[in-house]
Each structure stands twice: as structure tokens, then as C-alpha cells.
Design a protein around this ligand. Structure first.
Ligand code: ARG
Length: 260
């Protein structure tokens, strides 16, 4: 009788163990996929994101890495066109979009944003001898400039609204900010409207260009997420709060942006 009992016990035990193992490996597998934070970006935007050798580096990559570290996740970088970032986030292909992306009311209709982690300004790049002296020259009566922008950026949206749709000039849309700058260098367009930090990098890398003292518009950068992902948004906001409080965000900004 004892033998039968212990046999039953052993069988029971092994069955439970098997079940436990089975469900364990399942949760493990789930945890594994939860453990990767995949970010969509467009590495044409120094110093926020650019390609160095075969790696995507920059402020946003460092900030995303710091967030991933806090959440105990591995970071995966998906380098795509800027105007593909929001679709990548809404479709779930990537969990976050971090690309020096400005918070706008229109974008808020399709994605959620975390708290802001940096600010930017839409700057105007011209040739040193340009007749455009002020950002307001672009929208004054009788203006007729060809303005280069990166497709789908706020520079594109503002200039399309304020200049092209107002009959005050033409907006040329490029896939990369650097291509717009090359068009300016070769005289195909009159100026480029783009965020101030990449503007500085592009002016540094090309002779005969300058940034106008007057800026076009100030904006907040934040991380975009799918609308049904408030759990991750809250976690990231908490991480951002800590990274701001302990000086990590400032350290990352200072690493890439030298004070003028
Ligand atoms: N701040 C601008 C925007 O949100 C430009 C961002 C461009 N970013 C990039 N990685 N290319 O539209």
C-alpha cells in the first residue's frame, strides 16, 4: 500500500513539475519579447541621431538606452525614413519613436507622447551672402523663395502652410536634411528650414552657409508611442523623471551639444 501511495505521489509530483516547467518556459518566452525595446528613428539628424560607421548613435539613442536600462530591457534600433516613424509605432512594428520628434496637435491624433526631454527651434540656413536676412522674410508680402525641408518634419508642415499654401514661395521636400543642404549649396534653393541642432552640424560641415539669428518656431521633443500603450508610457515617463533628476539627460545633451 505504501509503495502504491509513493508511486502515486511520484507520478503526481512529476506531472506538476512538467506542468510547471511548461508554463515557466512559456512565461520566459513572453518575458524575452517584453525585454526588447525597439525604437524607430531616422538617423539623418545629427546630433540627435546619425550613422557613425555601421552604428546609429546620438542623443536619442543614448536616452533610449538609458530608459531601456532602467526598464531592464534591451534596445533595438530601427533606422527608417522620418515619415515612416509614426506608422511604425501605430502598427506596433516598433514600440517607440524617438527622433527629435516635435509634439504637435496633429501627431497627437495618431500617437501618444511621453513628457518632453528636450527642446528644439526651427532654424533657417542660408548662404552667407543671402538676401534673406530674417525668418520673417520668408512670409512677407511678395516673398518668393524656394525653401528646402526634410519631408514630413515640422519645418515641412510650417513652410507648406505659411509659405506655399499662402502663395509666398515653393517648398522642396527632401528625404534627408543633408540633401536639402546640398541643394542650397549648389544654388537650387534659397534656404533650408530645419531644427537648430542639425542646422549647426550642417553649417559646420559645409562652407559658405550660416544660420539666421531669428528662429522660426520653438518646439518640444518627446517620445511617440502607440495610443493603447499607456503602461509603457508611464514607465518611460517615470524613467525620464529619474534620468532628468539625476542629471543623466543633461549629461547626454552636453556630450553631443557643445555650448556656444
Ligand atoms: N523636430 C522635427 C519634427 O518633429 C524634425 C525631426 C527630424 N528628425 C529626424 N530624426 N530626422 O518634425
Amino acid at each position: 500500500m505504501k509503495k502504491v501511495l509513493s508511486l502515486v505521489l511520484v507520478v503526481c509530483l512529476s506531472v506538476t513539475m512538467l506542468c510547471a516547467c511548461g508554463s515557466d518556459s512559456k512565461t520566459e518566452a513572453k518575458k524575452e519579447s517584453d525585454k526588447t525595446l525597439s525604437m524607430a528613428t531616422n538617423a539623418e539628424f545629427p546630433p540627435y541621431e546619425y550613422v557613425d560607421g555601421d552604428k546609429v548613435v546620438g542623443i536619442d539613442v543614448d536616452i533610449a538606452q538609458a530608459i531601456a536600462d532602467k526598464l531592464g530591457m534591451k534596445l533595438k534600433v530601427d533606422n527608417i525614413n522620418f515619415d515612416s516613424i509614426i506608422p511604425a509605432v501605430t502598427s506596433g512594428k516598433d514600440q517607440i519613436g524617438i527622433a527629435g520628434m516635435t509634439v504637435t496637435e496633429k501627431r497627437k491624433k495618431s500617437v501618444d507622447f511621453t513628457d518632453s526631454y528636450a527642446t528644439g527651434v526651427q532654424a533657417v540656413i542660408v548662404k552667407e551672402d543671402s538676401k534673406i536676412k530674417d525668418a520673417a522674410d520668408l512670409t512677407k508680402k511678395g516673398a518668393n523663395n524656394k525653401i528646402g525641408v526634410q519631408l514630413g518634419t515640422t519645418g515641412d508642415l510650417y513652410c507648406t502652410d505659411d509659405v506655399e499654401n499662402a502663395g509666398l514661395g515653393k517648398v522642396e521636400k527632401y528625404n534627408k536634411g543633408a540633401d536639402a543642404v546640398q541643394a542650397l549649396v549648389s544654388g537650387k534653393i534659397d534656404c533650408v528650414v530645419i531644427d537648430n541642432q542639425p542646422a549647426k552640424e550642417f553649417v559646420k560641415a559645409n562652407k559658405g552657409l550660416k544660420i539666421l539669428d531669428t528662429a522660426y518656431k520653438e518646439e518640444d521633443y518627446a517620445i511617440a508611442l502607440a495610443k493603447d500603450n499607456s503602461e509603457l508610457r508611464d514607465k518611460i515617463n517615470n524613467a525620464l523623471k529619474e534620468l532628468k533628476a539625476d542629471g543623466t539627460i543633461q549629461k547626454i545633451l552636453d556630450k553631443y551639444i557643445t555650448a556656444e
